[in-house]
Ligand binder design. Structure first.
Ligand SMILES: C[S@@+](CC[C@H](N)C(=O)[O-])C[C@H]1O[C@@H](n2cnc3c(N)ncnc32)[C@H](O)[C@@H]1O
Length: 155
C-alpha cells in the first residue's frame, strides 16, 4: 500500500502552479493523509489553490484509494489572516469556504463516497476536528453507477 502524508515527510509545495499541470499526474497512492493542512493551502493560494490541491489528490489516487481529510474550520483562518499581505488578500477573497469542501469533492472532483471517521480525543479543543474519508470509486461507481465506455461516453 502506497501512502502519502502531507506536511509530514512532505513533497515540498504541494500546490501546483497551474491547472494544466494536473494532466501530468499519475495515479500512484492508495491513501493520502491531509491532516490540518488545508488552511495553509487555502490562505497562501486562495480558492483556486485549494481546489487545485483537491484535484491533484484525486488524480494521484488509484481507483479504490482514499483521501483522509481533516480540514480546519474557517474560524481558525481568522487568527492567521494578517500573517502576510498575500494571506490577507486571499483571506478577503474567499468564497469557497471549508463547509463547501465535501460537496465540491463529491460533485466536482469526482470522489464517490464520504464517510466521517470521528473526531480525535485531543487535549486541545482546536484539534478535535472531524476526520473524513473520501473514496475514489471505480469509473463504474461514479456518475450514478454508470460506466464510461472507451469512446468516453456515459452508458
Ligand atoms: C499543522 S501541520 C500538520 C501536520 C501534518 N499534517 C502531520 O500529519 O503531521 C501543517 C503542515 O502543513 C504543511 N504545509 C503547509 N503548506 C504546505 C504546502 N504548500 N505544501 C505542502 N505542505 C504544506 C507544513 O509543512 C506543516 O507541516
Amino acid at each position: 500500500m502506497n501512502t502519502m502524508r502531507l506536511g509530514a515527510q512532505g513533497p515540498g509545495n504541494y500546490v501546483l502552479d497551474s491547472d494544466f499541470l494536473l494532466n501530468m499526474e499519475q495515479a500512484q497512492f492508495d491513501v493520502i493523509l491531509c491532516l490540518s493542512v488545508t488552511k495553509w493551502f487555502h490562505l497562501n493560494w486562495g480558492d483556486s489553490g485549494i481546489k487545485r490541491v483537491f484535484m491533484r489528490m484525486y488524480a494521484q489516487l488509484r481507483e479504490g484509494g482514499v483521501l483522509i481529510l481533516e480540514p480546519q474550520g474557517f474560524q481558525s483562518y481568522k487568527k492567521k489572516r494578517k500573517l502576510t499581505d498575500t494571506i490577507w488578500r486571499n483571506f478577503q477573497a474567499i468564497e469557497f469556504f471549508p463547509h463547501h469542501f465535501t460537496e465540491y469533492l463529491l460533485s466536482e472532483v469526482g470522489f464517490t463516497k464520504c464517510e466521517t471517521l470521528g473526531s480525535p480525543l485531543h487535549p486541545s479543543k482546536g484539534f478535535q476536528r472531524p476526520i473524513k474519508m473520501f473514496t475514489k470509486g471505480s469509473k463504474r461507481d461514479s456518475r450514478s453507477g454508470k460506466e464510461i465506455n472507451p469512446s468516453g461516453e456515459w452508458t
